[in-house]
Design a protein around this ligand. Sequence first.
Ligand SMILES: [Zn+2]
Length: 294
Amino acid sequence: MTSLQLNAGPSPWGSPYWKKLPTEELARYDLQAPTEKYFIDNLELLVDDMETALYKGSLKLPDSPDLVKVVVKTDFFAKALRTSAFIHEADMYELHLSSLQGLSIPYCYGLFQHKDKEDKVSSFLVLEECGDLIDDVSSLPNSFKLKALDALYEIHCAGYIHGDLSLNNITIKDGQPFFIDLETAEPHKCEMKERIVVGEERRKIECDEIDLCCMMLEIWADSKVKVDGLLVFQRAHLRRENIDFLLSLLIHRNRDTEVFRPQVEQLVEKMEAEREYYHNIRSQRRFIEPVAPE
Ligand SMILES: [Zn+2]
């Protein structure tokens, strides 16, 4: 039986004074694994929440002198234990998406379980530490945004959606994106075929979660186009067939809206040219490639 031993570490704020991290050996959830003993030291609280406490620490593996930086996620302090959700998440890492470990999702060192005197099972999921959360989307380079989209698409191609996508679930480590927190991942058949280019106008695509990712990472162009001295237009409205409609929006500026026609036509031509540019890139290449104007 593979086991894990945690050194003593702090408890989340507000937890009962007697509730301390267990330091006895914890059994690994997967009983097929070989007999090994893991040890984690230098535990620090990363997320001080009783429902899901998150620690970082240094993992000592039995066959290596090096320490590995890991994150330990636990419901040990929670009122409602989530044993099956932890098993589901561990299965995502170790079974369903195992080939993506260390690439677009963290490497998983195992799910370990603690049984209290009343036989209640709390969980300790040990994952590779995968850098920091994104704190400013607008400062991300286009190349990173496309890598993230690519990484998500790989998860989809492996047959799953993340299920709870937010900026709190994407990390960046050495310029590489990682998707974390797979508790709510679900089976999915991705219909996405056409590639996406950073900066193109939002369009209807075949996958809702990829669309959500494009919105979160500001991959789609801003839905509004501001024109100095005129108005803020909806980007989607800026089409040749809409010119009379666009002029009608300007009636409060001048009853003779024809005076704006040259300016509006010029703007619409610029947008139509951009659409054609992105359309041509999409039709030339496969799903996601880093070709985009900065
Ligand atoms: Zn999909």
